[in-house]
Design a protein around this ligand. Structure first.
Ligand code: FES
Length: 499
């Protein structure tokens, strides 16, 4: 199923076009999500010729499957930032995200974009005594940074047993694909080029010029921005060693009346996020949550049932309209990577690791990257330095990643599964032993069998079956493949081998 955003705005471009000739420009932007489009917007406004290359359709992956909150409240995060990096970094993080809300509003006003933008308070609430002190500490931390957050005992969301919450006033929400439509109009009016279904297969550097390959054609430019959720170039950069990926479940519900405003997330596990969306004049409840690392089981038996139970606790007669999943990248120190891709590749930039807060960070990152290309100092760029080393000093996460990679690449390779095709139930997927080899098999409800080689095409880890989404997921760096082997999410670039 598609997200509510894709269903309500199926097309961003009036005329979609793939790259069908060689082109040269100032900046090639790989990735047609919100970071790519916002970067293209800022740079084309300054008179640079930009080319955006999107492998599928614009705003179709992470940016099209979001909750579309624009906020500086990123769970309970500021105490962590102060404790880990100091108050100066925490303050910059806060201020650049608050500035992003203003900058997005300016773009909307300047370009007269009709995208359901609304200022709303954002809340992190708890129903558990164990998190009350964490919320109080977060209020103290934000006050220390000069932000007027509020500790409240009641929230507008009509859910029972809330003990307390931290409120960030004047945050915002919008319709991301309507906003992207406005960005694209401006980019095209400023002589920018946007190509869909144009998958980049290679980027070569010849003297000072990058040649970005799409099939038989190439785009030549001095600058390249990698605005994909996960950089697909393994080396140099080595982002697969510095990030992991998470999967979150989303659902929208028809509700009788909008009884509340605001944007919500709970402090405890499983995390649940809520907001109201205007859809064709009607109010719809949008929930997301139950996140887990890709390739690992969800912490709940059925994520969509968990969302629906919560929805019905607010609106007993609500009806699910749509459901979907989204994938996000998280850096090991929880700060995004925004800046130079690698010290070995001047003029190539990256923006990734937004930790589920990509609507706001798309603007932060685009400002930083546009400033870098234009040679303008940016007050916030230093805290997101993408070549920093301290993420890999996060021993716990680094240990987890090494454990995952080792068990997926080495240990599982020598494990012989007991299951056979005959033992598979309908609508079940498993790795089985077939004629002496391991095969990933899915049997659909009609009894049709789909067989793939269950080895990730990125760096060779063994895949895990995801029973909720009917996908083959990679526990190492988070690539995901449909049951029939089609690549859904990278960093892998290729489909699975079909057997
Ligand atoms: Fe890297 Fe699968 S995503 S090995």
């Amino acid at each position: 199923m598609n997200s509510i955003w894709i269903d309500s705005v199926p097309k961003i471009l009036d005329k979609s076009k793939s790259l069908d000739s060689d082109v040269s420009c100032d900046v090639t932007i790989v990735g047609g999500g919100l970071t790519g489009l916002t970067s293209a917007y800022y740079l084309s406004k300054k008179g640079l010729k930009v080319v955006v290359l999107e492998k599928d359709n614009l705003m179709f992956r992470t940016s099209g499957n979001t909750t579309a909150k624009i906020t500086a409240q990123h769970d309970l995060f500021y105490k962590y930032l102060i404790d880990t990096f100091g108050a100066e970094t925490a303050k910059k993080y806060l201020n650049c995200n608050l500035k992003a809300i203003d900058d997005i509003k300016h773009i909307i006003d300047d370009e007269r974009i009709s995208c359901d933008f609304e200022y709303q308070s954002s809340y992190v609430f708890t129903k558990s005594n164990s998190y009350v002190q964490d919320i109080k500490d977060e209020v103290k931390a934000t006050h220390m940074l000069g932000f007027d957050s509020r500790l409240v005992n009641n929230i507008p969301l009509p859910t029972n047993n809330v003990l307390c919450a931290i409120e960030f006033p004047n945050q915002a929400q919008f319709h991301p694909r309507k906003y992207a439509y406005g960005l694209c109009n401006s980019i095209l009016n400023n002589q920018g080029l946007i190509f869909e279904n144009s998958k980049v297969t290679d980027i070569q550097k010849i003297k000072d010029i990058y040649s970005t390959k799409v099939g038989d054609f190439s785009v030549e430019s001095k600058y390249v921005i990698l605005a994909t959720r996960y950089p697909f170039i393994n080396a140099p950069g080595f982002y697969f060693l510095k990030m992991y990926q998470t999967l979150s479940y989303c659902a929208s519900y028809e509700i009788p009346d909008n009884l509340f405003s605001g944007m919500y997330i709970n402090a405890e596990q499983p995390t649940l996020s809520a907001r109201i969306v205007k859809d064709n004049g009607k109010d719809v409840l949008l929930l997301s949550g139950c996140s887990h690392k890709v390739g690992k089981p969800s912490g709940v038996a059925d994520p969509y049932s968990t969302l629906s139970t919560f929805a019905r606790s607010i609106f007993p007669d609500c009806k699910m309209i749509s459901r979907w999943v989204t994938e996000d990248s998280v850096s090991l120190d929880k700060l995004p990577y925004i800046g130079q891709f690698s010290s070995l590749m001047p003029n190539m930039y990256v923006a990734t690791g937004f930790k589920k807060w990509g609507m706001t960070f798309s603007n932060v990152a685009s400002n930083i990257l546009a400033d870098k290309i234009l040679g303008i100092d940016n007050d916030y760029s230093d805290i997101f330095d993408s070549t920093r080393l301290h993420p890999i000093q996060n021993k716990e996460e680094m240990g987890n990643m090494i454990k995952e990679a080792t068990s997926s690449i080495v240990i599982k390779k020598f494990t012989i599964p007991n299951d056979t095709i005959q033992s598979l139930a309908l609508n079940e997927g498993k790795i089985i032993e077939f004629e002496g080899s391991k095969v990933g098999v899915y049997k659909n409800n009609d009894g049709d069998i789909f067989k793939v080689k269950p080895v990730c095409t990125h760096l060779g880890c063994e895949l895990s079956w995801n029973p909720v989404n009917k996908t083959w997921d990679c526990p190492c760096h988070g690539s995901r493949f449909n049951y029939d082997g089609k690549l859904l999410y990278g960093p892998a670039l290729h489909d699975l081998e079909v057997l």
